[in-house]
Design a binder for this molecule. Structure first.
Ligand code: PAF
Length: 280
């Protein structure tokens, strides 16, 4: 496995692979890899000749009071995990390699960001879209792999690829969970012991919501009210719980079709998100 830090080097490596007809699978990450990332790398490994993982904590997607400085980083560990999962090349750029000057333009996401994390993290998805656009232009993969845990991010990226006619397939991979149901996340390391024990209640609440829908409750307001009440038992603070159409993320009072139940919850040092997609 090779590690390169510059855009020029990554392009050279990919150029060599392309010359001998190899296909390229790409997994963009912010590092601190866990089993969720490993599942993306393995899914890519099954389908493509050359597997590229990028590790870049993207400052553009963090708000002024968010955890950019504190975001967990451990390159040596990431290197080991990426290698064992079947990565051929890690692209590990510095901030100045990705953004040598203040960006003269960025992507402004105008659809699907007035709700969920878009509402509580203004500008976050503009930052995500801008960096993913850059990474896709640098790597030009055949297929890029993203986790469904970040369902709104996935919807934004699918819309972006469609809106800008980017020639890449987007592969959405299922959320990987701990045995007790907690969605794997780089931020889980920030949970205290007590919070870690409690946190699976988020997924349990989403599943409860899915059961409500399956048993014929289709009123959005009522479902949100019931789930909000259930989430009151937690020791943290609810950011949002919502029930929306997916992937359009539109609201409807009487729900039908593909629906996402999504939650964001603040613990002392970690904001956790999770979601559950159901057919209503
Ligand atoms: O999901 C992430 O890790 C990041 O948002 C991404 C897609 C790598 C962009 O920085």
């Amino acid at each position: 496995m090779k590690i390169v830090e510059t855009i020029q080097e990554v392009r050279q490596e990919i150029g060599r692979a392309r010359k001998v007809g190899q296909s390229v699978g790409f997994i963009p990450t912010m590092g601190f890899l866990h089993e969720g990332h490993v599942s993306l790398i393995k899914a890519a490994r099954k389908k493509h000749d050359m597997i590229i993982v990028s590790i870049f904590v993207n400052p553009l997607q963090f708000g002024p009071n968010e955890d950019l400085e504190r975001y967990p980083r451990d390159f040596k560990r990431d290197e080991q995990i990426a290698k064992e999962a079947g990565t051929d090349l890690i692209f590990y750029p510095t901030v100045s390699e990705m953004y040598p000057e203040k960006m003269p333009m960025t992507i402004q996401v105008t659809k699907g960001v007035e709700v969920l994390c878009g509402a509580s993290r203004p500008g976050h998805f503009d930052g995500v879209a801008t960096v993913v656009m850059k990474l896709l232009q640098i790597v030009q993969p055949d297929e890029a792999f993203f986790g469904q845990k970040d369902a709104q991010q996935l919807a934004v990226i699918i819309n972006m690829v469609d809106a800008f006619n980017i020639p890449v397939a987007i592969n959405a991979c299922p959320t990987i969970r701990e045995e007790d149901g907690l969605a794997k996340s780089s931020r889980n390391v920030y949970l205290t012991e007590e919070e870690r024990l409690e946190a699976p209640f988020l997924y349990k609440t989403l599943k409860y919501g899915a059961n409500l829908i399956h048993s014929g409750n289709h009123n959005r307001t009522k479902i949100i009210k019931e789930l909000t009440e259930r989430l009151q038992i937690g020791s943290g603070k609810l950011d949002y719980i919502d029930v929306l159409k997916y992937p359009s993320l539109e609201q409807a009072e009487e729900i039908s079709g593909q629906i996402i139940l999504a939650v964001a919850y603040h613990y002392k040092n970690a904001r956790l998100i999770d979601n559950y997609i159901v057919e209503a």
